[in-house]
Write a protein that binds this ligand. Structure first.
Ligand code: GDP
Ligand code: MG
Length: 370
């Protein structure tokens, strides 16, 4: 959209409408809360409120809004979001399961992770950690290419009896490209054939120098089966999280990233959303990618209905008009008209982009034939 209402802008900046009207007035612009202002004016107002505008493209208000950053004084500590990555069968699900002390692996069809699970655990010291269990690395890549940075820390699981494998290398390059710190969990240490030294030397070849090798990447020997080393792994995560000083403003319109989404027979479109800023509440109106909706229910990782979800909390969101894609960003808006307008604008823009790409291919084909 090329314009935004004053009320919507205030909502997205987490400022009071009256204050935005006043700021506009001081700049010589008379506008009521329901009037629309253009992207340039919006940018002016945003900067006046002391928010930083880092990315502005064309006249799209969404881009201006997307770059609104919270003020330092509004930020509060938030739990770290940890993604478990590694080669298939190296024990990602088992490890997460052992951490949660429940049984997910046994319930999975064929022992293969069916979806991206997202769970919160509380450590003995009372620290809350949010975990994502990736089925493969495709979702992670697609999310990152859409600009959604969902994880703070990557736990790289490497089986001690198998060492570095192709998907281990892939995970390392994802973590490096995303500039996310890594912790190496050398799993299956209980096995007689375990060779943790081989894991460490293999990793050297991929420029991952663990602490045992005098490097800076934390490495922990663990066994998802016996529980050995799990406390040390959690300590390593807590230490890494402390260094990152993770913060978010819980008191603003929510923003989050879709971890997974599907059309559920009984419940309609359902999206698992990791809240990244603000607090998502029941009844909130939102736009998510090319879809929009109103939060009918929020369900936490334990299957319980909750009224709200703050930063770093994964929740299932019900009340969507369609199924969004993994990596889509969810934004709470103040009116349904606004949410629908943004969703339709995006759908239209995406359609035009596809048409343009299609036309280019046809032209290419024509030229090649000529
Ligand atoms: P994922 O594909 O990385 O999620 O791996 P899974 O968690 O599904 O584990 C693959 C297999 O390795 C399963 O049969 C697990 O029981 C087994 N496994 C996982 N962790 C350990 C461990 O620490 N020790 C042993 N001995 N087996 C493990
Ligand atoms: Mg798995």
């Amino acid at each position: 959209p090329e314009a935004i209402t004053v009320a919507e802008l205030a909502n997205r900046m987490a400022e009071r409408v009256a204050d935005v009207v006043k700021a506009l007035m001081q700049s010589g612009i008379m506008a009521t809360q329901n009037q629309s202002i253009d992207a340039d004016t919006a940018e002016l107002v945003i900067e006046e409120f002391g928010h930083r505008v880092t990315r502005v493209s064309d006249a799209d208000v969404e881009d201006v809004i997307a770059s609104v950053e919270d003020k330092e004084e509004d930020l509060l500590p938030r739990p770290p979001v940890i993604t478990i990555m590694g080669h298939v069968d190296h024990g990602k699900t088992s490890l997460l399961d052992a951490i949660r002390q429940t049984s997910v692996t046994s319930g999975e069809a064929g022992g293969i992770t069916q979806h991206i699970g997202a769970y919160q655990v509380t450590t003995k010291d009372g620290q809350v950690l949010s975990f994502l269990d990736t089925p493969g690395h495709a979702a992670f890549t697609s999310m990152r290419s859409r600009g959604a940075q969902v994880t703070d820390i990557v736990v790289l699981v490497v089986a001690a009896d198998d060492a570095v494998m192709p998907q281990t290398v892939e995970a390392i390059s994802h973590a490096k490209a995303a500039n996310v710190p890594m912790i190496v969990a050398i799993n299956k240490i209980d096995k007689p054939s375990a060779n943790p030294t081989k894991v460490r030397t293999d990793l050297l070849q991929h420029e991952v120098i663990v602490e045992e090798m005098s490097g800076e990447v934390q490495d922990v020997e663990v066994s998802a089966q016996t529980g050995q080393g799990l406390d040390q792994l959690l300590e390593a995560i807590a230490l890494q999280a402390e260094i990152l000083e993770l913060k978010a403003n819980p008191n603003r319109a929510a923003e989050g990233a879709v971890i997974e989404a599907q059309l559920d027979v009984g419940r309609g479109p359902v999206a698992t959303v990791l809240v990244q800023k603000g607090t998502l509440k029941q009844g909130d109106i939102f736009v998510v990618g090319e879809q929009y909706g109103k939060v009918r229910a929020l369900i936490n990782d334990k299957g319980e209905r909750v009224k709200e979800a703050g930063p770093s909390v994964p929740v299932e969101v019900l009340g969507l008009n369609g199924t969004p894609e993994a990596g889509d960003v969810l934004n709470v808006t103040s009116t349904e008209a606004q949410a629908r307008e943004i969703a339709e604008y995006r759908a239209h823009a995406a359609k035009e982009k596809r048409a343009a790409a299609g036309a280019a291919t046809t032209l290419d084909q024509l030229l090649q034939k000529a």
